[in-house]
Design a protein around this ligand. Sequence first.
Ligand code: HEM
Ligand SMILES: *[C@@H]1O[C@H](CO)[C@@H](O)[C@H](O)[C@H]1NC(C)=O
Ligand SMILES: *[C@@H]1O[C@H](CO)[C@@H](O)[C@H](O)[C@H]1NC(C)=O
Length: 329
Amino acid sequence: MEYSHSRLLLVCSVLMLCLCSGVAKCDKLTSELTGDFYDYTCPGLYTIVQQHVFAAMRDEMRMGASLLRLHFHDCFVNGCDASILLVGETGEQFARPNQNSVRGYEVIDAMKADIESVCPGVVSCADIVALAAAYGVLFSGGPYYEVLLGRKDGLVANKTGAENGLPAPFEPVSSIVQKFGDVGLDTKDVVVLSGAHTIGRARCGLFNNRLTSSGDPTLDSKMAANLQSLCTTGGDNQTTALDVESADVFDKQYYQNLLSKKGLLSSDQNLFSGAEDVVKATTKALVQTYSDDGEQFFMDFGASMVKMGSIKKTGVPGEIRTNCRVPNK
Ligand code: HEM
Ligand SMILES: *[C@@H]1O[C@H](CO)[C@@H](O)[C@H](O)[C@H]1NC(C)=O
Ligand SMILES: *[C@@H]1O[C@H](CO)[C@@H](O)[C@H](O)[C@H]1NC(C)=O
């Protein structure tokens, strides 16, 4: 008995060594998230998420952007734990940066239902959101990056956490850098991930601070006039492309826009324009790099997405939610 037990242990460790030698499979031993987490328990996961994202984007191209933002707003509050999906008055959905703004909840619900019917109780909502974001980027023409999986879903949402932790477009770069720093991301991540604004839309209420009568010297005057007329007619809820030149295509155009004063949000344009300090010198140089080198942008974007997707979950360990909108009983 004793003998066979230790022999089993030996076989196991040899097997681990073999699996681990040189291959990325070793991730399992060193970090929580891995690329192959569901390879044996739910290999159909990828196809299901892909099909749902594809269909949703065929109906409305913007949905790719919305799913990307959903993942960002999930990760910045309590880590990537699908806390943003939890319903209820104290939910993050009702926090200022999210209410009437974050989209894609129904698309996630539909994927989850299909995944549950194939492999019940196995795949976390947080992982589904992370994968959906990656396909949203890919199907918009952006880079492929390997999504690491194995997240757990949180038991609680944190509305205050969302209001305090998510950056606002009116904040100075230094304060946005600070908020990224609070979750382990650096100045480069701010510039790279802001590149997500190469796709998607924003509402007038979030950039009309730049449309004052005196004008914003860092906003192209023709673009300002167009926005002025759009927002006067449409009101605060009127939306327009974050990337005025190629709204639905994931490319380096976002950075080129900043060079020509065509960033939509103050937080976008400020990465390049305005008073200079040490931080601004860094962001400005990076904007210049990415405006020129789309391949570098794509590579760095994938790396920063993996970093953002690995923001550690806070609080109790968590669970695999059955219904993404409510914790399990
Ligand atoms: C750097 C600080 C950031 C600020 C201040 C910011 C702010 C905003 C604002 C105000 C909107 C428009 C919301 C609305 O109209 O309701 C928006 C949209 C968007 N944001 Fe950001 N954002 C930031 C970083 C990010 C990051 C890190 C990502 C993802 C990696 C991201 C992805 C998006 C996307 C894809 C949209 C369009 C969503 C859609 O069309 O549904 N943003 N952002
Ligand atoms: C919610 O987030 C705030 C930070 O804004 C934090 O102080 C608080 O502990 C969090 N609450 C929970 C229940 O995680
Ligand atoms: C914007 O839309 C929200 C949600 O539909 C609504 O509650 C709000 O009154 C609208 N605001 C304006 C200025 O139309």
